[in-house]
Ligand binder design. Structure first.
Ligand SMILES: Cc1cc2nc3c(=O)[nH]c(=O)nc-3n(C[C@H](O)[C@H](O)[C@H](O)COP(=O)(O)OP(=O)(O)OC[C@H]3O[C@@H](n4cnc5c(N)ncnc54)[C@H](O)[C@@H]3O)c2cc1C
Ligand code: SF4
Ligand code: SF4
Length: 190
């Protein structure tokens, strides 16, 4: 009976706030906000703006909760150094990320890609976009060394019906995507 009750424990936003947000280990990946209608970013932190039903989605979606050793780096099959030969690609380093996405889109492996561009008004700020053309992918090349809310774009793209989506992001965002794919809660709110 005790095990049954434990399994049925309800997890509310307050647990996420207490364990992740308040101690300052939230990376602001935006996965919790993108997964729930009653959450938003306020004063630079995820915050509750409505009634929490304690469904546990935000807690289970957060890449900072229940981090296991194997999830820290993932499975590395091989390591390469490479440089793109495409003259139109102006990448940050070898332009490999941009070139691979161009190939994937042109070959039909993906229908879109979540990427990051500079804000037009404030060019030091990143803006996450869903690239659907080669032009979008080319203009997303290069790194902006500020955190980008890529998860919102990913979830809005899934809601619009995309199913083959390329995703570019730093490790905390990749962790969130990985969790979304593997968690039974991951797509519950879509
Ligand atoms: C915030 C941040 C910190 C990084 N820190 C390091 C580091 O410490 N050491 C290291 O070796 N490399 C770091 N990188 C990676 C490095 O800058 C290059 O992105 C990487 O080497 C790939 O090079 P490329 O020429 O193939 O990429 P490109 O072909 O230029 O493609 C870059 C891709 O990154 C995306 N992007 C740009 N800015 C962001 C952002 N803020 N969030 C999410 N996606 C973004 C673009 O949309 C594009 O798809 C960092 C990247 C970011 C975004
Ligand atoms: S995802 Fe569920 S637990 Fe988290 S804030 Fe929303 S309703 Fe509450
Ligand atoms: S899901 Fe992302 S934004 Fe939300 S608390 Fe966790 S790290 Fe922060």
């Amino acid at each position: 009976m005790r095990r049954f009750l434990k399994d049925r424990e309800r997890i509310s936003f307050s647990k996420l706030k207490r364990e992740i947000i308040d101690p300052g280990i939230c990376t602001l990946c935006g996965a919790c906000v993108a997964s729930c209608e009653v959450l938003s970013i306020a004063a630079g932190k995820p915050a509750l703006k409505g009634r929490c039903t304690a469904c546990g989605v935000c807690y289970n979606q957060c890449p900072r909760t229940i981090t296991t050793e194997s999830s820290l780096i993932g499975k590395v099959r091989d390591v390469f150094t490479a440089k793109s030969l495409l003259s139109e690609v102006k990448g940050q380093d070898g332009g490999v990320v941009t070139s691979m996405l161009l190939y994937a889109l042109e070959d039909g492996l993906i229908d879109s890609a979540v990427m990051t561009v500079k804000s037009e008004d404030e060019p030091w700020k990143p803006v996450s976009i869903v690239a659907q053309t080669s032009e979008d992918i080319l203009r997303s090349a290069g790194s902006i060394y500020v955190h980008s809310l890529t998860m919102e774009s990913l979830l809005s793209s899934i809601k619009r019906g995309s199913r083959s989506i390329g995703f570019v992001g730093p490790p905390c965002n990749i962790d969130a995507v990985h969790k979304m794919q593997n968690s039974p809660y991951g797509l519950l709110h879509l």
